[in-house]
Write a protein that binds this ligand. Structure first.
Ligand code: FAD
Ligand code: SIN
Length: 543
């Protein structure tokens, strides 16, 4: 099937949906999403959305906190943009029907999280993402010119490459004209031709063995953009959330995410303790439990290495139990299912891969280096997060940049700044094998996740990175031939993307010969502002 539309959006998390609502005012919109429409990182966001809304807060403080977490690599203008536009975006979400938690004075209840000097996290109890996703999807369902297709997996972006046009020089612009999309239920690949395409595919946590990210987070957008020739930046900065619930089956091979114990729990006063009950965070940072995530995750990692234990504890038992249940009903209920009553028992936690600070490089309107390809949300690198993202700045960044990208999209569509070529071919299926090769696919997927966890995790070294690079190259070759021969399936498509992002993360980490923010290499334990106060940029050499 061929579908021609004004705008194609890949992904139905906060970034894709916010953009869709704006552009539907002037364009026909298709949203393709690879699973159920709500299945996204957004849906699981707990803590909330950072925004300056309290009289004791100001924009400069939020900017300062963000820059400080980003450890020298944030773009100040990008940070300023999200901070200043934050309150308007919260207001917009409320107008769209989002119900945030309200305090006793009838105002938005503002929580505190690590790295924030003020209480500024707007939230819906501890189910913020679920509530935002619900409200956005409801609004989308009311808009006639938005068509949302579930179980539609984007395979590749359509560019000059697909019409057999070679670039004369690397200065010549690449254009995006849509995407090939696998209709999972029908087993067919459709050709979507669009004037503007938005990548809103979210993160890549599933590239790691332990992650808070749901199974959809296989880095598809990063990989698609890289294959198409877009500039990609800062892939080494993968954020590990310090407190994912440790379960005895945490060592198994499943793609089931680790349940997150929100940073807001530490913001509420919870303490981290070793197995013997000792507190340890004050040894690492004067801000203790509320230091930025890179510091807390590294502190836990270091204590676990010293003790040989598999987890540390998070302690809420000294807090008022009614208040705990009122503020964190979801965390309370989920832990109770595992026989942990968080008002009485210590919670076993470990760090887990959580967020990609790098991604597809964009300007302040979400435009990538490929003409008419936009990227917003976690897949984008806008300059906001630098070397480490401040808690609860992700949903905010997705909102602000998606709104701004819609403004740029309006210009493209209304001024006819697109040039759809003749002769875009349909997908050619060259597969020979069947799904009997399934075991090879799942083995390779597991290998990738182990390699990244073991060698490209919280603490890195030259030897570990070199080992990871060698293994990634080998798996890349194997996956490439499997992909060329396999019948298209979600599994082979995800594997192809996972090995691509594993390589991008490892290669980018090997280029940064210093330690900064989330990237810590024991062979270069210090920051090197002379040589590395800049993003790590990579681009597909084959395009
Ligand atoms: P997502 O919400 O992940 O949406 C991506 C969409 O793309 C999905 O619909 C997916 O199915 C689709 N997709 C992916 N690949 C394809 C493909 N090939 N074809 C078609 N569709 C595809 N951030 C905060 O600011 N505050 C928080 O409190 C917070 N809590 C978090 C808690 C958890 C457990 C997690 C995992 C993350 C949290 N984050 C938080 C981070 C934040 O939720 C994400 O960064 C943000 O939701 C990303 O939004 P997005 O729209 O870019 O991507
Ligand atoms: C959390 O609730 O701890 C997650 C917040 C975030 O990732 O920004």
């Amino acid at each position: 099937m061929r579908i021609e539309t004004d705008v194609l959006i890949i992904g139905s998390g906060i970034a894709g949906l916010r953009f869709a609502i704006e552009v539907s005012e002037f364009a026909e919109v298709y949203i393709v999403t690879k699973k159920d429409k709500a299945e996204s990182n957004t849906n699981y966001a707990q803590g909330g959305i950072a925004s300056v809304l309290s009289p004791d807060d100001d924009f400069e403080l939020h900017i300062k906190d963000t820059l400080s977490a980003g450890d020298g690599l944030c773009n100040r203008d990008a940070v300023e943009l999200i901070v200043r536009e934050g309150p308007g975006e919260i207001q917009k979400l409320i107008e769209l029907g989002t119900q945030f938690s309200i305090n006793k004075s009838g105002r938005l209840d503002l929580a505190k999280e690590g790295g924030h000097s003020r209480s500024r996290i707007v939230h819906a109890k501890d189910l913020t993402g679920y509530e935002v996703e619900r409200a956005l999807l409801k609004r989308i369902s009311e808009i006639k010119n938005i068509h949302l297709l579930e179980n539609h997996f984007a395979i590749d972006l359509i560019t000059e490459h697909h019409i057999g046009k070679k670039r004369k020089s690397s200065d010549e612009k690449i254009h995006c004209w849509g995407a090939y999309v696998f209709d999972v239920k029908k087993g067919e690949v459709h050709t979507f031709i669009s004037k503007v395409t938005l990548l809103a595919t979210g993160g890549l946590g599933q590239a790691y063995l332990h992650t808070t990210n749901p199974p959809i987070a296989t880095g598809d957008g990063f990989a698609m953009a890289y294959r198409a020739g877009a500039l990609i930046g800062n892939m080494e900065f993968v954020q590990f959330h310090p407190t994912a619930l440790f379960e005895s089956d945490s060592e198994n091979r499943s793609t089931k995410p680790a349940f997150l114990i929100s940073e807001a729990v530490r913001g509420f006063g919870a303490k981290l303790r070793l197995k013997n009950g000792e507190e340890f965070m004050h040894k690492y940072d004067p801000r203790g439990e509320l230091a930025p995530r890179d510091i807390v995750a590294r502190a836990i990692d270091s204590e676990l290495k010293k003790s040989g234990d598999s987890f540390v504890y998070l302690d809420l038992t000294f807090k008022n139990s009614d208040e705990v249940k009122e503020k964190f009903p979801n965390i309370y209920a989920k832990c109770l299912e595992k026989n942990i009553d968080i008002t009485r028992d210590l919670i076993p936690v470990i760090p887990a891969a959580h967020y990609a600070c790098g991604g597809v490089v964009t300007d302040f309107e979400g435009q990538t280096t490929i003409e008419n390809l936009f990227a917003t949300g976690e897949v984008a690198m806008t300059g906001v997060h630098g070397a480490n993202r401040l808690a609860s700045n992700s949903l905010l960044e997705a909102l602000v940049f998606s709104k701004n990208a819609a403004r740029a999209c309006r210009r493209v569509i209304l001024n006819h700044q697109y040039n759809l070529p003749e002769g875009i071919p349909d997908w050619i299926d060259t597969s020979r094998l069947t799904t009997e090769e399934q075991i090879l696919i799942s083995q390779s997927r597991h290998e990738i996740r182990e390699i990244l966890w073991d060698y490209v995790g919280i603490v890195r070294s030259n030897e570990r990175l070199n080992r990871a690079l060698r293994r990634c190259k080998l798996i890349y070759e194997e996956v490439k031939s499997m992909y060329d021969e396999s019948k298209i399936s979600e599994e082979i498509l995800e594997l192809r993307n996972l090995i691509e992002v594993a390589y991008l993360i490892t290669y980018s980490a090997s280029l940064r010969k210093e330690s900064r923010g989330l990237h810590y290499n024991i062979d270069y334990p210090f920051k090197d502002d002379v040589n590395f106060l800049k993003p790590t940029l990579v681009q597909n050499p084959l395009i």
